[in-house]
Structure formats: structure tokens, C-alpha cells
Design a protein around this ligand. Structure first.
Ligand SMILES: Nc1ncnc2c1ncn2[C@@H]1O[C@H](COP(=O)(O)OP(=O)(O)OP(=O)(O)O)[C@@H](O)[C@H]1O
Ligand SMILES: [Mg+2]
Length: 270
């Protein structure tokens, strides 16, 4: 199968802190690629780079045949992003939000209306379309947030923890929807801390830790890494390759009280 995303030796530094450390991987056209890792591992940073929101410190990235450094605009036309934080205006209705973002993407009025209707119907949000987003539950916001990401009809969809904080019903709806989109040919990069979700949805899974990819394969092969359990789960694999240490205090991370050691924080009041 043809690669739709190629990442070679990607590194991202914030001051001296290395958030993404020389990673390489490929995503095949039409696959759901699970991108897992502990808190702070570098998942969202990688997604921000692949979606042209952040400049890499080093490395080569090719998406749909376009070089990220040379042709970021061509890449933007191919992709949709459901970011970690929901990007919607609370004071606007869902319809107004979608119209606003549609116009930002240079879509025609007709395109915006047709696509809004199609996805809002599918995600069971039609009756709430004219209510202010600020009155929505998290699950309702996320469904409209996903519609927003689909307005440009992307070939590749980046989903950064799309089911975070959602109830089992909404999570289930979103998982089924991800599978439906994938069947229509959309390639998906999915991050999640829900190991069962990653296992069910992903064709292949990369596990990243401290900015480095520590495992990459399909779920069946990854589970072979766990030899001391009879029927290992993806969670067993995850803990085996990333360990059990809590990451918030991990080595290499700069605590706010250490920030003064870096040049641009010289005058920081502590
Ligand atoms: N703009 C920034 N400036 C400084 N450090 C940053 C910046 N963005 C991210 N980092 C750091 O880079 C590391 C990777 O962050 P990232 O958001 O990519 O993690 P993640 O894998 O998405 O984690 P989570 O599961 O918590 O969402 C973290 O230590 C984070 O604090
Ligand atoms: Mg993240």
C-alpha cells in the first residue's frame, strides 16, 4: 500500500527540551494509525507539526506527495484536524460556527450548508444546530468540532483524543463514525489514552515515549512483546514498553521553578 504520510528524523525542541526526538514513521493510505504514548510524550506536538501549525526543528515530512516545508498550503487542503482543545465559539450557534469556519476555508455558501447538513444529521446534532455552543455538553461540542474538521472534505483526518471526557454513548458514536469515515477512504491518525479504543480502531499503532517511538506494529504483533501473560492486552504492551513511572515528573522536563535557567526566562519573577 502507498504511503500517504512519511516522517523522517523529525525532531522538535522547545529551548533545550526535546519534545520529539528524531522519529520516523510512515502512514499508509486508507489506514487508521494509532499514535499512543504517556502524557507529555510528544503526540500533540507531532500532530501540530504534521498539520502545519508548528515548525519542526529538524526532519523531512511528506504528506500526499507534498513537502511540508515547501508546500504547506497544498498539505492544508488535504487535511482536517480535531485538536486536543475544542475550537468553537461559545457565543455562536453551531450553524454560525460552521459558517464562520467554512468561510475561513474559502468554501461556498452551498458547500457549507450541504456539508453541515450531511454530517450534523449523521452525528445526531440537527436539532441543536441553532443553539449556542456554550449551552452544549462536552459530547455535543465535540460532535460539532468534528463536523468543523470535515468541512473541507479532507483525505487525512488527525484526531487528537477525540473521545476524551465523553460518555460511553458519545464515545461509541464517534468510534463508529471514525470507522465509517475510514471506509470512505479517509486516512486517520488517532491519539487516545483509551487502549481498548486504540486496539479496536487502529490498523497499526505507534507508541511514543519521551519523544521517541518505542514500538510500532499492528496490535497482534505488539502483543507478542508481552511474554509473561497469557492473553496480553494493548495496555499490557503499553506498560511494558513505556514502564510504570508517572510522567509529570519525568527526567528532562523543565519544571517552572527551573525555567530561569533558560535564556528567555531570565527576568521571570518567581
Ligand atoms: N509550546 C511549548 N513550549 C514548551 N514546551 C512544550 C510546548 N508544547 C509542548 N511542550 C512540551 O513538550 C512535551 C510534549 O507535549 P505534547 O503536548 O506533545 O504531549 P502529548 O503526548 O500530546 O501529551 P498528552 O497525552 O498529555 O496530551 C511536553 O513535555 C510539553 O510540556
Ligand atoms: Mg496531547
Amino acid at each position: 500500500m502507498e504511503n500517504i504520510i512519511e516522517v523522517k528524523n523529525l525532531t522538535k525542541k522547545f529551548n533545550k527540551f526535546i519534545a520529539v526526538d528524531n522519529i520516523s514513521f510512515e502512514i499508509k493510505k486508507g489506514e487508521i494509525f494509532g499514535f499512543l504514548g504517556p502524557n507529555g510524550a510528544g503526540k500533540s506536538t507531532t500532530i501540530r507539526i504534521l498539520t502545519t501549525l508548528l515548525q519542526p526543528s529538524a526532519g523531512e515530512i511528506n504528506i500526499s506527495g507534498f513537502d511540508l516545508k515547501k508546500d504547506p498550503d497544498d498539505i492544508r487542503k488535504q487535511i482536517g484536524l480535531v485538536a486536543e482543545k475544542i475550537i468553537l465559539y461559545d457565543r455562536l450557534t453551531a450553524r454560525e460556527n460552521l459558517k464562520f469556519f467554512g468561510q475561513l476555508f474559502h468554501l461556498s455558501k452551498q458547500e457549507i450548508e450541504e456539508r453541515t447538513k450531511k454530517w450534523v444529521d449523521r452525528l445526531d446534532m440537527a436539532k441543536w444546530l441553532d443553539a449556542q455552543v456554550g449551552t452544549y455538553s462536552t459530547g455535543m461540542k465535540q460532535r460539532i468540532n468534528i463536523v468543523r474538521a470535515l468541512l473541507t472534505e479532507p483525505n487525512i483526518l488527525f484526531l487528537d483524543e477525540p473521545t476524551l471526557g465523553l460518555d460511553p454513548q458519545t464515545s461509541n458514536l464517534i468510534r463508529e463514525f471514525i470507522q465509517e469515515l475510514n471506509k470512505k477512504g479517509i486516512t486517520i491518525l488517532l491519539t487516545t489514552h483509551d487502549m481498548l479504543e486504540a486496539d479496536i480502531l487502529s490498523n497499526r499503532i505507534a507508541i511514543i515515549d519521551h519523544g521517541k517511538i518505542v514500538a510500532l506494529d499492528n496490535s497482534e504483533n505488539l502483543k507478542k512483546l508481552v511474554t509473561d501473560k497469557e492473553n496480553p492486552t494493548l495496555q499490557d504492551v503499553f506498560l511494558k514498553v513505556t514502564g510504570t513511572q508517572i510522567r509529570d515528573n519525568a527526567d528532562g522536563k523543565v519544571a517552572p521553578s527551573d525555567m530561569h535557567r533558560f535564556g528567555d526566562n531570565k527576568n521571570r519573577v518567581r
